[in-house]
Design a protein around this ligand. Structure first.
Ligand SMILES: [Zn+2]
Length: 226
């Protein structure tokens, strides 16, 4: 897409070497300029948030347990289970150490991949919440959301790395729940407290899957292989 100017190469002695040298320098300089331009090109607004460069995700790991999620499982509501608490389809997965009761409270919660924290705060329904935006190699994005946290270790705007601890497992507001991680992956930009219902009426499943992905399936299909 860029025309590299042809530098004449003289075909005699020292001049030949000099010509090649000039051509190499020009090509290198053009490469630097072109690669620099791509950062502020048509995707530039997505790559720079609050003046920070969002790293591209190099794959994903599980948010609790070891990188493979060993020792943990979905023992609460699974993705798209009907939640009688919220009268809606559950848009994420509830992760626990099976049989641990509340003993998994305080266990570390990790960023599933490189990205940028777009929300870190407290909500009366969800407790402490962290929402992270991840850039994929094809320049599309997904958002991972971690709720009911006991503690948040990151702030809005922070750049985070895969497996960086972002908080700990909690029980939600006023110890409303048994300790677990409510975990979502969104394929669309949504408010941190988005929930698939409107004026109390649950969305159809077919609409929910236009906004939310099945978290463990997405991670398994996009693993970082250690
Ligand atoms: Zn949940």
């Amino acid at each position: 897409m860029y025309n590299v100017p042809v530098i004449p190469i003289y075909r005699e002695g020292v001049t030949l070497k000099f010509g090649k040298y000039v051509q190499t320098v020009v090509v290198v300089l053009l490469a630097v300029v072109i690669s620099g331009c791509s950062l502020t090109g048509r995707n530039g607004d997505d790559l720079l948030e609050q003046g920070k460069f969002m790293p591209m995700a190099d794959g994903f790991d599980f948010p609790v347990g070891d990188a493979d999620g060993n020792g943990w499982g979905i023992t609460g509501y699974d993705f798209l289970d009907w939640s009688s608490v919220s009268n809606s389809w559950h848009p994420g997965e509830d992760w626990n150490i099976p049989g641990a009761g509340n003993y998994d409270q305080g266990e570390p919660v990790y960023a599933i991949g490189h990205g940028q924290v777009v929300f870190s705060g407290w909500n009366t329904a969800l407790g402490h919440v962290v929402l992270i935006k991840h850039r994929l190699p094809d320049n599309t994005f997904v958002w991972s959301q971690y709720a009911h946290l006991d503690r948040r270790d990151v702030n809005q705007g922070d750049i985070v790395q895969r497996r960086q601890q972002i908080g700990t497992v909690g029980r939600g507001p006023n110890n409303r729940f048994a300790a677990h991680l409510h975990f979502e992956i969104r394929s669309v930009e949504l408010p941190y407290n988005a929930w698939p219902r409107t004026n109390g009426a649950a969305w159809e499943k077919s609409k929910v899957v236009q906004y939310w992905l099945r978290p463990s399936k997405f991670i398994q299909e996009n693993r970082y292989y250690h």
